[in-house]
Design a protein around this ligand. Structure first.
Ligand code: IDP
Ligand code: MG
Length: 136
């Protein structure tokens, strides 16, 4: 049975800066993801703080929010069968050093903070994150 879902993906500043936008989009498409919405934006630090609110008690929170707002990002709604988990698998582990061969973070990630992509971690969070960027 098919289970079509939508998830939020972000190509983070380190990847946009290295002109990896098209290569990364191609990887999503080859793996069956449809990019149903997308925009290239730069967000304010205060918006990054809202987006990453779940991490507000973490020691890396401030740096994380500075980083996400440090340059242009590409925000996308991806659609696929089991998109949420499928995107997490395609992205690979948070720390590129621990990410499996063939994953986006293994291929492009520089470090645990500059790990090239974001992806929603549950269907519930996917809905919240899609609304965060695309609610009109
Ligand atoms: P995820 O992006 O794989 O879902 P999360 O644990 O949700 O990972 O963390 C959000 C982001 O915060 C990560 O993608 C990474 O950029 C950053 N981050 C996570 N853990 C650390 C850390 O220990 N040091 C620095 N940055 C971190
Ligand atoms: Mg996360």
């Amino acid at each position: 049975m098919s289970n079509i879902e939508q998830t939020l993906s972000i190509i983070k500043p380190d990847a946009v800066e290295r002109n990896l936008e098209n290569e990364i989009k191609e990887i999503f498409k080859i793996n069956g993801f449809k990019i149903v919405k997308e925009k290239k934006i730069q967000i304010e630090k205060t918006e990054a703080e809202k987006f990453y609110k779940v991490h507000e008690t973490k020691p890396f929170y401030n740096d994380l929010c500075s980083y996400l707002s440090s340059g242009p990002i590409v925000v996308m709604v991806l659609e696929n069968d089991n998109a949420v988990l499928g995107n997490r698998e395609l992205m690979g582990a948070t720390n590129p050093k621990e990410a499996k061969e063939g994953t986006i973070r293994k291929k492009y990630g520089i470090s645990i903070d500059k790990n090239s992509v974001h992806g929603s971690d549950s269907l519930e969070n996917a809905k919240v994150e899609i609304d965060f960027f695309f609610k009109d």
